[in-house]
Write a protein that binds this ligand. Structure first.
Ligand code: GLN
Length: 193
């Protein structure tokens, strides 16, 4: 909840849980203590501005980001989804540890706000097509050996997966389609943290 399109993720999660007939509890994480007290099964890092997220999340009042990356390394089986700015953070945590998703990212890879667009993407994770919303989106410049491509747009990779961690360069929470959230929740079944 540091910044960005986070409420839309909560709505998408709730509707996905409803369709899957799962009961979920959503925790809003703003500080390190929020994470330590909730110990969730799944984490979502929303889109927004990665620079702002880093400033707030590494600040003394929050300290959420370093705790979050530590948690992800300590709980390698728990599903994580990073969208847009969230994907940038997963690829480059800047906390002295390794990447959470093994990919190299170019921020604002398509250009500025005027180059934002919507277009159909394809993914095997959700069995088909999805309307991708790309807002000052990053672009993957190289995919590391621990990642596999999971979403493509016009022949270009726009989503990758390292274990159950996915980094998407678009905003799946803004499409009125909760397929990626359903994938995430389905991966959480059976994982205890
Ligand atoms: N351009 C933003 C960044 O660098 C990401 C944009 C987004 O999340 N919609 O963090």
């Amino acid at each position: 909840m540091l910044q960005g399109a986070r409420h839309a993720h909560i709505n998408a999660l709730n509707s996905a849980a409803n369709e899957l007939e799962m009961e979920i509890k959503v925790f809003e994480l703003r500080k390190d203590t929020d994470l330590l007290e909730s110990d969730p099964h799944v984490i979502i890092l929303p889109g927004g501005e990665s620079t702002t997220m880093r400033l707030i999340g590494n600040g003394t009042n929050s300290q959420l980001l370093p705790e979050l990356f530590k948690w992800m390394r300590n709980n390698p089986n728990n599903p994580v989804m990073g969208t847009c700015a969230g994907a940038i953070l997963l690829s480059d945590p800047q906390d002295g540890g390794g990447k959470i998703v093994d990919v190299q990212v170019n921020r604002n890879g398509y250009g500025g706000q005027s180059e934002s667009f919507q277009s159909i993407v394809n993914s095997d994770l959700i069995d088909g097509e999805f309307l991708g919303v790309f807002i000052r989106a990053p672009r993957f410049s190289s995919i590391g050996p621990k990642s596999i491509p999971v979403v493509s747009h016009d022949g270009e990779i726009v989503g990758v997966r390292t274990n159950n961690r996915i980094a998407l360069t678009f905003h799946p929470e803004l499409s009125n389609d909760n397929s990626f959230h359903k994938w995430l929740l389905s991966k959480a079944l059976g994982v205890s943290s």
